[in-house]
Design a protein around this ligand. Sequence first.
Ligand SMILES: [Zn+2]
Length: 159
Amino acid sequence: MSSEEPPGSAGTRGLPLPFALDFYPLQAPEFTRIHPFFDNLRKGKLTTTNCTRCGAVHWQPRVVCPKCNSDSLEWIDLPKEGELFAFTEVRAGAPIGFEKDVPFVTALVRLKGTEILLTARIDGAKYEELKIGDRVRLKVIDLPDGRVWFRFTPASGTG
Ligand SMILES: [Zn+2]
């Protein structure tokens, strides 16, 4: 990367932020071996890797199993629903690019029927309206540069 590029320039990777300050991972096959995660997310599916040798289900997706070192992994679907395990509100000091979003809620979500805890922003509710255990649903976010990411929103109804 050229040192002559001013901060915030498009840069050689075509990203709107300097690479080191870009919150979102690079998602194309030339950048990451877990690119199927992003392809699946783009289709509305939350997925991860499962080790076909020892059966471990990973979060986040891996290319090698951290339990048995096997690289014999398969992609599996994860639930799109979960519940709030913990949450907080970001009121200041948001990452670059998120300054205009404050205040926003970020949470640990336990995926339904699993032990998987993942971090995600919660859209569609104020901090004061939420409580531990609230049900939430996956929400896929399309980023302006064609990448994709996920958040959660409160799930309505009973269950
Ligand atoms: Zn394994």
